[in-house]
Design a protein around this ligand. Structure first.
Ligand code: SF4
Ligand code: SF4
Length: 275
């Protein structure tokens, strides 16, 4: 068998699509595996977030509030008033392209809308249309776009692909922080109930149980006791972890998720035991 190099195995087509970038249509069905699942009703309700409902990005109807455009417009206005940086970032990009090939999502997908400059343009085009004189008068001639449902769906697809790593901003001669633009877009989507589960379920879990996995105290205790038994079988040493014991000390203090992901860390208990 002829072995292939990673370069041969990963064929990414960087040819820009023939259609105009202003065309927002995203085929969520065809792009399964590249978008994030929405937040479940339970977590949204628990956190008191707007518009909790069952929906999927592949649905034609995303069950938005009736006045969703107005909600986002007002939210955008508030953010512009609150964060001067947002207004500056919306106005000063010269499209030099220095950030274009710095995003791992663009490098890994070849999708031009994953270039930081174009990702930001998805929001900037709506800003121009709604908040600049040129955009209000000239519309698309001035780079403006109306906030349609398709544009909102495009926001959901691309703004939840940015990890807010800020690599692109390091290369921008103007210091435009695309991560901050992503945060603003997500805040606007949140106003109409567009969130992803990967982010909000851990938040709801933290609020409910104090840890992002949603593990209850008695489950944590059970897990530790199970691991103590396992350790005793392997080493012959029976530990007595001082859980919730006054004056018991706390030689091992780390997040609950870490204990479940890396149970071997419990072996560290042997250190104080040996001492
Ligand atoms: S590097 Fe900065 S100015 Fe240049 S295209 Fe990117 S965001 Fe715009
Ligand atoms: S901040 Fe977002 S757009 Fe910029 S490089 Fe990181 S993932 Fe890409």
């Amino acid at each position: 068998m002829v072995e292939k190099s990673p370069q041969e195995l990963i064929q990414i087509d960087f040819t820009p699509p023939p259609r105009n970038w202003m065309n927002p249509a995203v085929d969520f069905e065809a792009r399964r595996g590249t978008w994030s699942y929405p937040t479940g009703v339970k977590s949204l309700e628990y956190l008191g977030m707007p518009n909790p409902r069952e929906w999927s990005p592949t649905d034609a109807d995303w069950k938005l509030p009736e006045n969703w455009q107005q909600i986002i417009h007002d939210g955008f206005k508030d953010l512009l008033k609150k964060y001067r940086t947002l207004k500056v970032f919306m106005d000063i990009c010269v499209r030099c392209g220095a950030c274009a090939d710095k995003c791992h999502f663009f490098i890994g997908s070849g999708d031009p809308k994953n270039m930081p400059v174009l990702r930001a343009e998805l929001l900037r085009s709506v800003y121009r249309q709604d908040f600049t004189t040129a955009g209000k008068i000239l519309g698309s001639l001035a780079g403006g776009r109306e906030l349609t449902e398709e544009v909102l769906k495009e926001w959901y697809y691309y703004f939840f692909q940015c990890t807010e790593c800020r690599r692109c901003s390091v290369f921008c001669p103007y210091g435009i922080d695309t991560a901050e633009i992503t945060m603003m877009a997500r805040e606007l989507m949140n106003l109409v109930g567009l969130n992803i589960n990967w982010i909000l379920e851990p938040v709801a879990n933290c609020k409910r149980t104090g840890n992002h996995l949603g593990i209850q105290p008695h489950t944590y205790k059970d897990n530790v006791e199970f691991l103590v038994d396992e350790l005793a079988d392997v080493t012959g040493i029976k530990l007595d972890p001082p859980i919730n014991r006054k004056g018991g000390g706390d030689p091992l203090r780390h997040p609950v998720g870490r204990l479940l992901r890396r149970p071997r860390d419990l072996h560290l208990c042997r250190v104080p035991h040996a001492l």
